[in-house]
Ligand binder design. Structure first.
Ligand SMILES: Nc1nc2c(ncn2[C@@H]2O[C@H](COP(=O)(O)OP(=O)(O)O)[C@@H](O)[C@H]2O)c(=O)[nH]1
Ligand SMILES: [Mg+2]
Length: 204
């Protein structure tokens, strides 16, 4: 992939700092997508990915991702947020094989992380709202995230993720949030991530 989209961000708005945040429900693929973008920028992964919910419990930052191209410099900051959830039940983690005390600790950290993610909304330039497109999109968590972002006038892009899976329904996501920019991708395979870069440019 070329990095021309970053150049376009720079030349269009001459914006030196772009703080790009990854919001969404738990296990939507936020960290997978953040890692993919970090790798495209030439950086290492921001953090680990897991099928156990609430793997990301602190905001993961890739700060000062310096990009110098044709004499232009940018500080690109990726903010991979803890997954938002309406309930955090430690018993779910026990099902994944954690001990009870590990599960309780994880639940405590996850709850703190959700608050941290919501508090940081006002520091964000562009929010990606990542959804698992194999799931029903019209869901309380997604509505809460969108409502909070809209309240603060943060430009947002809905990312219908996991289109590599056979039961993915990105069209349903698009229809559900028809007023919003929606891009369907697979963070895992990288499919269609280029289109997401175009959407980021248009929002910046
Ligand atoms: N098939 C598929 N799985 C994905 C994709 N993105 C993430 N996953 C998986 O979904 C799970 C949660 O991913 P993660 O990035 O940790 O989600 P997060 O909680 O939103 O940060 C992991 O098992 C990932 O491998 C994708 O595009 N396709
Ligand atoms: Mg994560």
């Amino acid at each position: 992939m070329s990095l021309s989209w970053i150049q376009k961000i720079l030349t269009r708005k001459k914006k030196k700092d772009v703080r790009l945040a990854f919001y969404g429900e738990v296990n939507a693929g936020k960290t997978t997508l953040a890692n993919k973008i970090a790798n495209d920028l030439g950086y290492a992964d921001l953090g680990p990915v897991s099928e156990i919910p609430h793997e990301t419990r602190k905001v993961l930052k890739l700060e000062n991702a310096q990009l110098e191209k044709d004499g232009v410099e940018v500080n690109f900051t990726l903010l991979d947020m803890p997954g938002i959830a309406s309930t955090v039940d430690y018993r779910n983690f026990v099902k994944f094989g954690l001990t009870e005390s590990e599960a309780i600790q994880r639940a405590k950290e996850a709850t703190k992380g959700i608050l941290e993610a919501i508090k940081m909304i006002d520091q964000v330039d562009i929010a990606l709202v990542i959804l698992d497109s194999t799931k029903v999109p019209f869901e309380q968590v997604n509505l809460t995230i969108l409502g909070n972002l809209q309240l603060q006038n943060i430009p947002l892009i809905i990312v219908a993720n996991k289109i590599d899976l056979p039961d993915s329904r990105p069209e349903l996501v698009r229809q559900t949030f028809s007023g919003q920019t929606t891009v369907a991708v697979s963070a895992k395979t990288g499919d269609n991530v280029d289109e997401l870069y175009d959407a980021i440019i248009r929002s910046s």
